[in-house]
Every structure is written in structure tokens, then in C-alpha cells.
Design a protein around this ligand. Structure first.
Ligand SMILES: [Mg+2]
Length: 165
């Protein structure tokens, strides 16, 4: 339930060989702490080149974020990708819409995100593959700190280790 198919540090660590190995043809991308810092509009290092590399290799891409439209839309426009905002992860609706828009099968699609309790649990529930990343920068606020603590306990308990790339 908590254990991702793949664990990496940065989105740019994802490469084509790894996706092929898991039969992944499309990626649903989280935004906050996956493609940028929490509520930041700056692209994480190497993101543009990585997006191009994915597209050139025929990997379909879309954005699914729990944040509001006014946060997600300008960022998605910057990287020229379709998006779903207020995605309500880990509930299934956003994932199902995203997979439909990609036109792939669930088992050939992966969610890429930094949070076990939203991105990964939701992805497992709908049967897409799951890629867990290290958050780019820790968030402020007690609820996030608590969530991150619980994530650390899960990562330790299930011995979730980085996938070699
Ligand atoms: Mg996130």
C-alpha cells in the first residue's frame, strides 16, 4: 500500500531504460516538491531538458496537482503540459481523468510524486505504477512536518531504497 514501484531522488533521475523495464509509457506528474519547490514557479534544475528527453522518446506527460488552478495553471503553461488542478489525491478521480487524457492503460502509466500519503497511496489504489521522489525542499507548518515524519517511518520500516539508475 505504501511501497512505490520506483524510488528516486529527483524527477530528472527517471530515464527511459527504467521506464521500459516497468512497461511505463506515460507519466502523471505532481507539481509541488516534484517539479518545483512547494508553491514555487521555478522549474527544478534540468527539468526542461528532461521533459524534452521524455517527449522525444514518446513518453506521454500530464500534470496532476492538489493545488488550486491559480497555482498550477501558470506552471503547467510554462512547461507546456496539460494539467488537472484540485486533483484531490489520494482519491481516484484525478488519476482516472489523467489516465483517460493520456490514452494509456493504467498499468502502463505511472504517477510521479513526493508524498506517500497522496501520490503513492492514490496511485496504488487505482492501479497505476508509482514513482516516489525525495521532496525538493521541506515545507513549513506542523501538518507537513508530521506527514514527513510518518513518511520517514514508513520508508525505514519497509526499507524503501533508491532504485539504481
Ligand atoms: Mg508534491
Amino acid at each position: 500500500m505504501f511501497v512505490p514501484n520506483i524510488k528516486l531522488n529527483r524527477v530528472t533521475d527517471i530515464n527511459i531504460e527504467l521506464l521500459k523495464k516497468y512497461g511505463i509509457e506515460a507519466l502523471i506528474l505532481d507539481v509541488d516538491n516534484t517539479l518545483s519547490t512547494h508553491h514555487g514557479q521555478i522549474l527544478t534544475d534540468g527539468l526542461e531538458e528532461w521533459l524534452l528527453y521524455m517527449k522525444e522518446n514518446g513518453i506521454k506527460l500530464t500534470v496532476l496537482s492538489n493545488s488550486k488552478r491559480r497555482r498550477v495553471e501558470p506552471f503547467a503553461n510554462k512547461i507546456n503540459l496539460p494539467f488537472i488542478s484540485l486533483g484531490l489525491k489520494p482519491l481516484p478521480f484525478g488519476y482516472i481523468r489523467a489516465v483517460k487524457s493520456l490514452g494509456t492503460k493504467r498499468k502502463n502509466t505511472a504517477i510521479v510524486g513526493d508524498q506517500i500519503f497522496t501520490d503513492i497511496i492514490g496511485g496504488k489504489a487505482v492501479g497505476v505504477k508509482t514513482v516516489l521522489l525525495t521532496p525538493i525542499k521541506p515545507e513549513d507548518g506542523w501538518s507537513f512536518k508530521l506527514r514527513r515524519k510518518l513518511e520517514k517511518i514508513i520508508i525505514k520500516h519497509f526499507k524503501i531504497e533508491n532504485t539504481e539508475v
